[in-house]
Design a protein. Structure first.
Length: 88
């Protein structure tokens, strides 16, 4: 196996990680930022006010995108296993 092929496999793995986790982490970032701004504007320093909505919204986004994430990861692992099969 050549060095360039290893780099390509690693690039593909990082891209799949980004596609799988990016939307969920981006949603958590946006929701946390909005709630933080609201808390700063109203001077409410309640911990659960930031945690509970973020948890509910992130779980909802995860539920909506789970088919897309599963399809992408399934295609990637099918490719990886196919490449492993061709090595022998």
């Amino acid at each position: 196996m050549e060095f360039d092929a290893n780099i390509e496999y690693l690039r593909m793995a990082f891209w799949q990680i980004f596609l799988a986790a990016g939307p969920i982490l981006g949603t958590a970032l946006v929701v946390g930022l909005v709630i933080g701004v609201v808390q700063a504007a109203t001077s409410i320093n309640e911990q659960t006010l930031s945690f509970v909505p973020k948890l509910i919204i992130v779980l909802g986004v995860f539920a909506l995108l789970s088919g897309y994430i599963l399809t992408g990861l399934t295609d990637y692992f099918a490719f990886v296993f196919d490449e492993i099969r061709h090595l022998q």
